[in-house]
Write a protein that binds this ligand. Structure first.
Ligand code: SF4
Length: 63
């Protein structure tokens, strides 16, 4: 699976970066960006949880 952060929707709250720093990182503008390519299987559940908890639903998961 892949994770994608909609840069127009992200409010740079940092929640996903705190929850799952192996998948989500802070871009220079403060927004979150997801790692390129497939999410390592050991982080899939955490990445899904972060997507569920993003307050503005900016994270989409591509299975
Ligand atoms: S939880 Fe959502 S709004 Fe907050 S930094 Fe992550 S993608 Fe952006």
């Amino acid at each position: 699976m892949r994770a994608i952060v909609d840069q127009d929707t992200c409010t740079a709250c940092g929640l996903c970066i705190d929850m799952c720093p192996d998948v989500f990182q802070e871009a220079p503008d403060g927004n979150a960006i997801a790692i390129e390519g497939d999410v390592p299987s050991e982080f899939e559940e955490l990445a899904r949880d972060a997507a569920d908890q993003c307050p503005v639903e900016a994270i989409s998961i591509d299975e």
